[in-house]
Design a protein around this ligand. Sequence first.
Ligand code: AGP
Length: 618
Amino acid sequence: MCGIIGYVGRENSERPLEVAREALARLQYRGYDSAGIVVANELGLSFAKRAGKLAALEEQLAAHPLPLASAAIGHTRWATHGGPTDRNAHPHMSQDGSVAVVHNGILENHALLRQELIEAGVEFQSETDTEVAAHLIARAHAAIGDLAQAMRSVARRLEGAFTLLAVAADNPHLVVGARRTSPLVVGLGEGENFLGSDVAAFIARTDQALELGQDQVVTITPESVTVTDFDGRAVEPRRFTVDWDASAAVKGGFPTFMDKEIHDQPNAVRDTLLGRVSRAGRMQLDELRIDESLLRAVDKIVVIACGTASYAGQVAKYAIEHWCRIPVEVELAHEFRYRDPVVDQQTLVVAISQSGETMDTIMAIRHAREQGAKVVAVVNTMGSTIARESDAALYTHAGPEVAVASTKAFLAQIAATYLLGLYLAEARGTMFPDEVRSVMRELDAVPAKIQRVIDGEAAIRRLASEMKDATSVLFLGRHVGYPVAMEGALKLKELAYIHAEGFAAGELKHGPIALIDQGQPVFVVVPSPRGRDVLHDKVLSNIQEVRARGARTLVVAEEGDRAAAAHADTVFWVPRTPTLLAPLVSVVPLQIFACALASAKGLDVDQPRNLAKSVTVE
Ligand code: AGP
């Protein structure tokens, strides 16, 4: 997820650069590991780009000012392909400097296209997928002479999710954009027009906007906006007025970043899954650089993480053990390190971390590597310490997670560890390729199911408001529902400051049932009735046990599970999902509930007391 701005005005001035800098400052929440701007005037293209926060680019601009110009495109990056370096920062230039491109998304077929360009003599300057587009657009532009047509011809060849903006040296009064799946909106001005990855890019300049649809190309000049499909057929975009202020615009119109990030979860899972199956139908984790023979020799997997990330690991445990028939231990990093663990060359450590900077996890993987283990990092932040200190990294593509309480990164971590499990199962031969593809098809269907749960959020929010005075809430789950219950409890603790506890449902009778009193709220995550039915029946018994003692039962159950509903005071329905994949949907009502209850209590949802987004101390 990156921040993008495009601007075109009537004459040469400082305005294009001003607009771009202001937009990037506002778009930093979309990506901030590098940034860059290119401006266009009659003399051609001039650009500045730097790794690091926007301040680094500002320093560069102060030292080497860009010239007056009539057009500009700018970019704040959240790295997906190629680390956060100056060379990988956007914009990317064509070899002859005639075209500059910025990009948000993932080009699934970039490797194939890169090879084709290398064979045609192109010398690449970066490791990014975006640079492929820059060269292709420049070559098409040189052949066709029209930047919009060049963009259309290239867009038709690209696979994956992308928003591309391009500007050419031969026409500084025109910016062209193309979008597929990744966002792009048009801002309408007087004698000037804007393009942005979202309205936050230009909200300070205009509230008149055009919505762009799937597979469309837009051309902006100071006086016109032209939209076509990828085949050049004219399209009439919908015009709307942006009724957000600048602050709301940065949150996409949501009241908090957490609300926004909960709603961004379908994209986070979709983007994490994107491009993971080769044309031959085999798993391809191109950033996973561990030899398959070593993976086949692995006799134990140890997941190391903290907090929410550790619950993602616990979910993965059930899937990986089932698919790979390897024992999976899930360890809290701060415990692992001091308990003299049994780790050797046949151990594969999987370190899960959104920030990639959690000191407990860093210290734990250092210890594991000293014992000879290979370490795979499942991280959301490219170039982070955990990624750099691991033998390989498998990136989640959740985009920046601003709220301290993790939501979209959690779902992306689960999706990424499923990918790792399927990759291992294929490499070790414990699953047939067609079985792997079948699970991948089910995974690809999950984002839409997450969206359906989100679409039903109003009822969850109403319930949360009713329950805002609760002082204790219990969460029960069994099998993969158990880590979901733990995560639901953690969300309520860290957001609403309510004592909440997650239990394995089977543990109730071994003590916790003593906590049940009249009216005690108990969430229960019910397994699919179509899965291991013994699990389903056991959990129904647990619900009856607590209800018989006065508990208020709030049940997360699969649509149509009337048996579960019969014992529930409240039911949160979730779409039918295979048992091992169910956590991706069953946790969503619990996230919404905790977020809404904290809001109802007037608490700071994005910055809860006592917490930091990344715990960089032991
Ligand atoms: C999640 O809501 C918490 N903010 C916290 O448990 C977090 O998951 C944990 O600190 C691990 O952080 P990491 O994923 O950045 O390593």
